[in-house]
Design a protein around this ligand. Structure first.
Ligand code: NAD
Length: 505
């Protein structure tokens, strides 16, 4: 194996960032951070406990109550957000190599992440300046208007797939709207999140507005969810974790936004441009190592083109280059962590009993170490199979044939999830009818996953609660207070006057 690339100047210890300072846990707890190519510990990170979350929330609360950030004019905050975007763009190469090293994502796919993260800040900078709210004239009696306000301390809990970019999805709208935040990034991948602190400070974000607590979900994440001074939790991660958070947030009735798991169908009709569909169906499940919430991990193919599709698809899957994430030729890198690798490998074994193995099926022979899985293709998978129903979150795909449009729709909707759907057909009527009836928060017709930041992002069923994206994120992170004022004389029923008949309801 070629020598493994290690970026220069990596930290050996990753700290929290609370009230403008890098700090360790109050009790000194740490956890190990592994490099997914060697599975060796390359750094320790401070493991946040309740005391650390308490300190971070107190700093964020103080910055919200007494600091300038929530009261700044949108244009002033927008200037800071644009400076953040500039700094993120300037670190594109550094960020990509850190992200690749920490997550195992192929370097070519990590490259775009900084630009997408920067774009989130620019987008919300523009949106808050252009933002206006409704005012209503009630003829002859009242004027009503909406007084939009930031809510307070937002708790942001994020997963390990494309960590920096997913953190920006939450940080940008939460900060743009004037909230203060406590970010709890995923424990598998704390490296890139540590860049935010210096970027924010240099851009002029006041101390206490951005706080970062590393740590395990069951410790730091749990304490954040249960903290009474954190009215909002924006969470991206597994459905089962979302359910736990939902229960734990109930005692304090928090605002919740949940972006959860998926098992999205990619439906290929016989009249589709087959080559384009195959390109997209391969990229859709094998890009980002298959560790992608919107992966098209169930492919449904119309019987007339089924065998042709399988043959071409499997041949291409076998050709996918699996290797060191830092090698620009690599298309599938190393899975993030040995625990996750074990989970994905167990589904590969389950798949062998549930479908016909056409490609992959285990570790690539030339890679004896590290969390590598060969792109794995199972055909003839029945809808009640576990690999059809359960999210694997790795480079593993289940393919199933169908005969009619009705059957395709039934199969597409036959999981608990409802995040995305990809549909390939040249028939416009079928495309739109299918799109409107499929149970998915987002649908792509004749396309892989390309997203405009203004569109709603989110899932239905077990894939999520609420939609983020564009003004929907602004709505989540703000209160819309209705203010009513009477013009002229107020007409109030006169309770307590002696003549009841004078009471005019
Ligand atoms: P995860 O649910 O294991 O962890 C996500 C985050 O939650 C981590 O920061 C973790 O520490 C924290 N956490 C865990 N238990 C917690 C608890 N009890 N209380 C509070 N916080 C807790 O998910 P993951 O394995 O990091 O990420 C993969 C999952 O994320 C997949 O299911 C994927 O589909 C989903 N995902 C969804 C989207 C989307 O937008 N819908 C995007 C990316 C990933």
């Amino acid at each position: 194996m070629a020598e493994h690339y290690v970026p220069e100047n990596l930290p050996t210890h990753i700290q929290h960032f609370i009230n403008g300072k890098f700090v360790d846990s109050v009790g000194g707890e740490t956890f190990d951070v592994l490099d997914p190519v060697t599975n060796q510990t390359y750094a320790t990170a401070a493991a946040g406990q309740k005391a650390d979350i308490d300190a971070a929330v107190a700093a964020a609360r103080e910055a919200f109550t007494n600091g300038p950030w929530p009261k700044m004019k949108p244009r002033e905050r927008a200037r800071v957000l644009n400076r953040i975007a500039d700094a993120v763009e300037a670190q594109e190469d550094r960020l990509a190599e850190m992200e690749t090293f920490d997550t195992g994502l192929p370097i070519t796919q990590a490259k775009g992440q900084a630009l997408r993260a920067a774009e989130n800040f620019r987008f919300f900078a523009d949106l808050i300046v252009a933002q206006f709210d409704d005012a209503m004239k009630v003829p002859g009696s009242q004027i009503n208007y909406v007084n939009r306000k930031p809510i307070g301390v937002a708790g942001l809990i994020t997963p390990w797939n494309t960590p920096f970019m997913l953190e920006s999805w939450k940080l940008a709208p939460a900060l743009a709207t004037g909230n203060t935040v406590v970010l709890k990034p995923a424990e598998f991948t704390p490296l890139s999140a540590s860049l935010w602190a210096d970027i924010f400070t240099a851009a002029g974000v006041p101390a206490g507005v951005f706080n970062l607590v590393n740590g395990l979900g069951e410790e730091a994440g749990d304490a954040l969810v249960k903290h009474p001074d954190v009215p909002l939790i924006s969470f991206t991660g597994e459905t089962t974790t979302g359910q736990t958070i939902f229960r734990n947030a109930a005692a304090n009735l928090k605002g919740l936004s949940m972006e959860l798991g998926g098992k999205s169908p990619c439906v290929v009709f016989a009249d589709a441009d087959l080559d384009a569909a195959i390109d997209s169906a391969l990229f859709g499940v094998f890009s980002l190592n298959g560790e992608r919430c919107t992966a098209g991990s169930r492919i449904l193919v119309e019987r007339g083109v089924y065998e042709e599709f399988l043959e071409k698809y499997a041949a291409r899957a076998k050709n996918i280059v699996v290797g060191d994430p830092h090698d620009p030729k690599t298309q599938v890198g190393a899975l993030v962590h040995p625990e996750h690798y074990k989970k994905v490998m167990s589904y590969v074994e389950i798949g062998k009993t549930e479908g016909r193995l056409l490609a992959g099926g285990g570790r690539p022979e030339h890679l004896p170490e590290g969390n590598y899985v060969a792109p794995t293709v199972f055909a003839d998978v029945a809808p009640d199979a576990r690999i059809f129903q359960e999210e694997i979150f790795g480079p593993v795909v289940a393919i199933t044939p169908f005969d009619t449009d009705e059957e395709a729709l039934e199969l597409a909707n036959n999981t608990k999830y409802g995040l995305a759907a990809y549909i390939w057909t040249q028939n416009l009527t079928r495309a739109h009818n299918f799109a409107q009836n499929v149970e998915a928060g987002m649908v792509w017709l004749n396309s892989h996953n390309v997203r405009d930041l203004r569109t709603p992002f989110g899932g239905v069923k077990a894939s999520g609660l609420g939609h983020e994206g564009g003004y929907r994120s602004i709505d989540f992170y703000t209160d819309q207070q209705a203010v009513h004022i009477t013009l002229g004389k107020v007409h109030t029923p006169k309770f307590g006057v002696v003549e009841a008949s004078e009471i005019d309801y």
